[in-house]
Design a protein around this ligand. Structure first.
Ligand SMILES: [Zn+2]
Length: 195
């Protein structure tokens, strides 16, 4: 299993785990004050979801200043949306129980926050191009046998013995990058993804 696949599976597990955390906090408390129990369960689950999600994906995100600001703004926006949804749910349903409002508000806030972070954290096309360019410029492969020639002082492949001029080597790398580009765009096409 690749680490990306593991993280995708762990992302899918977030929802059932959040339900377990929610119930684990809620059930022992419901004998007392319902409103306190639902508020505590919602708060603890929100913190759990946020930490779990951040731990899972933080290393895959390029943390620029604008992305950090957007993440904070998006989180505050989701918090507001949750509060409004909770109040609206109480108003529309006529259920005057604040525990119900907290439950609906927490649900809406969490369900909104995950896609917001995905949209904000997603790599932009310019960042992707830059990443491919940088990772490609780090290595130099033999055009004939694919041996990694990075760091060699001669333009001769120690593996297959082929001799190149520098411009032949560079031209071949450019060609390799075009193939890599085509392969990675193919990966992004739905239905053909290989994780
Ligand atoms: Zn070679």
């Amino acid at each position: 299993m690749t680490s990306l696949l593991a993280r995708i599976l762990l992302s899918i597990m977030l929802l059932p785990l959040a339900v377990v955390v929610y119930l684990a906090v809620l059930l022992p408390l419901t004998r007392g004050n319902d409103e306190v129990a639902f508020t505590a369960a919602t708060s603890v689950t929100a913190v759990f979801v946020a930490i779990y999600w951040l731990m899972l994906w933080r290393r895959s995100v390029q943390w620029t200043l604008s992305r950090i600001s957007l993440t904070i703004a998006g989180s505050v926006g989701c918090l507001f949306a949750g509060v409004i949804a909770g109040l609206a749910a109480m108003g529309v349903s006529g259920i005057r129980d604040e525990a119900f409002g907290v439950f609906i508000g927490g649900l809406v806030g969490a369900v909104l926050w995950l896609p917001v972070t995905i949209l904000v954290w997603r790599e932009r096309p310019a960042e992707r191009a830059e990443r491919i360019r940088q990772s490609a410029s780090d290595v130099l492969f033999c055009p004939r046998c694919g041996y990694n020639m990075t760091g060699l002082q001669l333009a001769r492949c120690p593996e297959c013995g082929a001799q190149f001029t520098l411009n032949e080597l560079f031209a071949a790398q450019r060609h390799q990058h075009e193939i890599a580009d085509a392969a990675s765009s193919a990966e992004e096409r739905p239905g053909r993804a290989s994780v």
